[in-house]
Design a binder for this molecule. Structure first.
Ligand code: GDG
Length: 472
């Protein structure tokens, strides 16, 4: 019987080490939830890196065995590979260029060489498992070469690829020294999925500009094989967020928030520490708001969670220091005896705390400079079971194409964010209900299960299209 193989850089488990003993726990991420029903089924499997270096071969074997029972298969990476493939090429070349921050990009031959080798390492482990008739679904920018490498070994197998971050316009993409190799790698897939129409257009455009391949609409002919590039905006587990307000722990925390912030409007922001998230610009906008509206003193707070990430990299360290400085400056300038205008947390929280905050906050403020989709905006919407609250959303987030009833802003326009905060704070309830209801319908319908099904069904269709073209 054929099986489905999911491949991503990280496995959907959290693995922790204490005194030489390893523990595995299911991860709660959106992708893990969405694909859970697939990889746990029958002899399907999810292949990826367990997230930390395991050096001893005995430990590797033991973890491999334990994971096999969970339908997982680890790809072990050495510290050198983590540094060069993951931190290096993935996060210091592809990430900045794909997020339109090319000034941060490094182009190192040694990073590229290692990226290539690690993609081969993934290929070898897939080839131990894959059989003709199987379906392989590869995820994200760390594995752009993998579809091509598998195609070379198994010319007829079904391969889907989904990119979770934006695909940049050609003028950005062309900067990368290994641009043609990257596209050739991606074109090993039969179906390439992107969050937005623009991302898929940018990809098709890059292919036709850089390779001797023609496109007819979204179909690219690669050696007589039709490859299709299409838009699949990713959704969330709507029911989970919509029902979490009934959870005892969430209710307890919600009660505490109500006691602590009586008569105060809360603006909520949640991001991973990253220069693509527009955290500094958002703080500047809030500062300007407080300056222009002294009447809001003691009546509004910005509740800001920044989840630590990559802070061993200088740019990220600098960003963290800048945030510290700005938050300190705003609080020093505007605070009163009873009131801090910014509540800033540099750490992660359990999902129950996020849910309580999503339920409580009057405004969700999501202003990335660039974001493939942005799931936080959808989680906020799904949690608003009373249909009140206002979402302020950057036009640079993929989610802005679907959540058109948010207050949409250009994240570089500080004045526009400030005005959106003003507008959100005085928005009449009926208008809040109207907008939130529309957005909730979208998030409920195009949920994660819908996304997975749409992609898998389409991949099957593409294979049929290819076969009928061959028969002609
Ligand atoms: C890529 C793309 C695209 C955040 N803080 C905590 C926490 N979170 C959870 C949120 C949300 C997720 O992390 C972050 O969502 P993103 O949309 O930013 O997703 P990423 O995986 O970071 O990024 C992005 C996404 O892929 C999907 O394609 O949308 O554009 O960059 O789910 O709730 N969760 C917990 N504690 C926290 O403190 N438990």
């Amino acid at each position: 019987m054929s099986k489905t193989i999911i491949v991503s850089n990280r496995l959907p488990v959290r693995i922790t080490e204490k005194d030489g003993a390893y523990t595995l726990a299911q991860s709660e991420g959106g992708l893990a939830t969405g694909l859970g029903s697939i990889y746990r089924d029958g002899n399907n499997v999810w292949i990826g890196w367990p997230g930390l270096e395991v050096t001893s071969t005995e430990d590797q074997a033991r973890i491999r065995e334990e994971m096999a029972a969970m339908n997982l298969k680890p790809v072990y990476l050495t510290q050198d590979e983590i540094n060069n493939y993951y931190e290096g090429f993935s996060n210091e070349t592809l990430w900045p260029v794909f997020h339109y921050m090319a000034v941060y990009a490094r182009y190192e031959q040694s990073h590229w060489d290692c990226y290539y080798r690690v993609n081969e390492k993934f290929r070898d482990i897939i080839l131990e498992t894959a059989e003709p008739g199987d379906v392989i679904w590869i995820h994200d920018y760390q594995l752009l070469l993998l579809p091509g490498m598998i195609r070379a070994a198994m010319p007829d197998i079904s391969i889907g690829f989904f990119l979770h971050i934006p695909f940049p316009s050609f003028e950005l993409f062309r900067l990368i020294p290994w641009r043609a190799e990257l596209l050739e790698g991606m074109l090993g897939a039969d179906l390439l999925g992107f969050h937005t129409f623009d991302d898929s257009r940018h990809f098709i455009n890059a292919v036709t500009r850089l390779l001797p391949i023609n496109a007819s609409a979204n179909v690219l002919m690669v050696n007589d094989r039709a490859v299709i590039a299409e838009t699949f905006p990713m959704g969330i587990d709507y029911d989970r967020y919509a029902s979490m307000g009934n959870n005892h722990e969430v209710q307890e925390q919600l009660k505490q928030l109500k006691d602590n912030f009586q008569g105060i409007d809360m603006i909520l922001t949640i991001d991973r520490l990253d220069y693509s998230k527009g955290i500094l610009q958002r703080l500047e906008a809030y500062e300007l708001f407080l300056q222009l509206h002294p009447e809001y003193a003691e009546k509004v707070v910005l509740y800001m969670i920044v989840v630590p990430s990559r802070d061993n990299v200088q740019q990220y360290k600098d960003l963290r220091d800048e945030i510290d400085k700005l938050v300190g400056g705003i609080n020093a300038r505007f605070r009163t005896i009873n009131w801090h205008p910014v509540h800033y947390f540099y750490r992660s929280f359990p999902i129950e705390t996020l849910s309580a905050l999503y339920n409580f906050a009057d405004i969700g403020l999501v202003t990335p400079m660039r974001d493939g989709m942005n799931l936080v905006s959808k989680e906020y919407v799904a949690s608003r079971t009373h249909n009140d609250g206002v979402l302020i959303l950057s036009e640079m987030a993929g989610a802005s194409r679907e959540l058109i009833d948010a207050l949409i802003v250009n994240p570089n326009n500080i004045g526009a964010i400030t005005r959106a905060i003003e507008e959100a704070l005085i928005m009449p309830k009926p208008e809040q209900y109207r907008r939130m209801k529309q957005m909730r319908q979208v998030v409920a319908k195009f949920n994660i299960a819908h996304w997975v099904k749409l992609f898998m069904d389409r991949l099957q269709e593409v294979k049929q299209i290819q076969q009928s073209m061959l028969a002609r």
